[in-house]
Design a protein around this ligand. Structure first.
Ligand SMILES: [Zn+2]
Ligand SMILES: [Zn+2]
Ligand SMILES: [Zn+2]
Length: 394
């Protein structure tokens, strides 16, 4: 995060969400491609995701079992499929031919897989790996560090655990780079019960991934003393006793009028949870907006008029700073209202049951600035041919 407003990064009014030269989200046959496709639904071409480019593409199979795509920046490059393509993760990421037989970057982040003897575990693990890949694609797009703990001491890994009847409970959480996911959350019926019990209608598997990864990034980012000081000015002093704060929250509930300052009731329990809830919320908004933009939805043509937040809601408060972020918030208000109306038309609950206020927008801006501060520099030039691993975050 910049030390002063004068150091705020200069970014264009409309942040491009697709890298220059990115192909359209469609197969070479013209059929649309969707993020978890493994084959084109029209021509049956193999579909895969290139983590080093951030692209979902269809591929041509070569006789030696490798795959190519004719995009100009991928010429002379060949790929293999992830080792987990046909296993439970149903992974559609591609790898360099030199890594043949290995899992991809996403799969390499998984340390513990559920007991295959539990009948429902495989389907739940599949759902969890899908959610993990969605979030990792977004983090790679923001050029945040995504590294496996298997190969990097400061990396992250995941334990996907299915609780057994009569066995110890499995608590979803993060500890020193290890994220544990209780796979019961991948079962819609069980998740609905927990949503009801906890009063958290927005609880999703993807949301869990975003929240727990937020704790991981806090731990990484907080070695930057200047960043930590500025974050504490927004989220509060995280040195207060975490266990005691959570115990108080679970005993007493959130403070009165918590919604004026926090994105969720749980965010009010401790600054670390405020950061994690706000970080996850930022990723929700960002990915929904990115999806709308990727599909060509022009939000400014909607017949909706809404009030805008101004620079007073920014962090750090600065005259005329960061119009791109305020534009993002404006477009999010338009998109979320539209999504709510469409859901109501279909008889579904609100897609976005939240109301933003300036306190929450300030925290979202702190997350936005953190992403910019810790992002790796953009790739200077297209990848050279015959070096498929170049540029991959590992
Ligand atoms: Zn096709
Ligand atoms: Zn994989
Ligand atoms: Zn948390």
């Amino acid at each position: 995060m910049p030390d002063s407003p004068a150091d705020s990064p200069v970014i264009p009014a409309r942040q491009p969400s697709m890298p220059a030269g990115a192909p359209p989200p469609s197969c070479t046959c013209g059929a649309p491609l969707f993020r978890e496709n493994t084959t084109c639904l029209r021509c049956r071409a193999l579909v895969g995701f290139l983590p080093d480019q951030g692209w979902l593409l269809s591929f041509t199979a070569l006789p030696d079992g490798t795959f190519t795509n004719s995009h100009p920046s991928l010429q002379n490059r060949v790929y293999k499929t992830c080792a987990n393509r046909t296993a439970a993760p149903q992974c559609n990421w591609m790898i360099a031919t030199s890594d043949a037989g290995q899992p991809c970057l996403s799969c390499s982040l998984t340390r513990t897989t559920p007991n295959p003897a539990v009948p429902e575990a495989a389907a739940r693990w599949t759902a969890a790996e899908h959610a993990k890949r969605h979030v990792l694609i977004q983090l790679l797009r923001h050029r945040l560090p995504v590294r496996s703990r298997h190969t990097h001491p400061d990396g992250v890994w995941f334990d996907f655990l299915q609780p057994l009847p009569g066995g110890p409970p499995v608590l979803t959480g993060h500890q020193r780079g290890l994220i544990t996911i209780n796979l019961s959350e991948a079962d819609p019926a069980q998740r609905a019960l927990i949503q009801e019990k906890m009063g958290e209608s927005y609880r999703t598997l993807t949301g869990h991934m975003r929240h727990e990864l937020a704790h991981y990034y806090w731990e990484r980012f907080s070695t930057d003393a200047a960043w930590l000081q500025q974050c504490r000015s927004v989220f509060g002093d995280d040195r207060q006793d975490y266990a005691a704060a959570l115990a108080t929250h679970h005993r007493q509930g959130p403070p009165p009028q918590w919604a004026s300052r926090f994105i969720s009731a749980y965010a009010s329990s401790h600054p670390w949870e405020d950061w994690a809830e706000t970080f996850a919320h930022y990723l929700h908004m960002d990915e929904a907006l990115h999806t709308a933009q990727r599909l060509g939805l022009d939000l400014r043509r909607l017949k909706l008029r809404t009030d805008s937040f101004d620079h007073a809601a920014l962090f750090p408060s600065s005259p005329a700073a960061d119009p791109a972020f305020l534009d993002t918030i404006d477009r999010w208000v338009l998109l979320s209202l539209t999504a709510n109306e469409i859901n109501a038309a279909l008889g579904h609950p609100l897609a976005y049951p939240f109301i933003l206020n300036s306190s929450i927008v300030t925290k979202l801006h702190a997350i936005h600035q953190s992403f910019q501060h810790f992002a790796a520099p953009p790739m200077a030039s297209p990848l050279p041919p015959n070096d498929p691993a170049a540029g991959t975050h590992r």
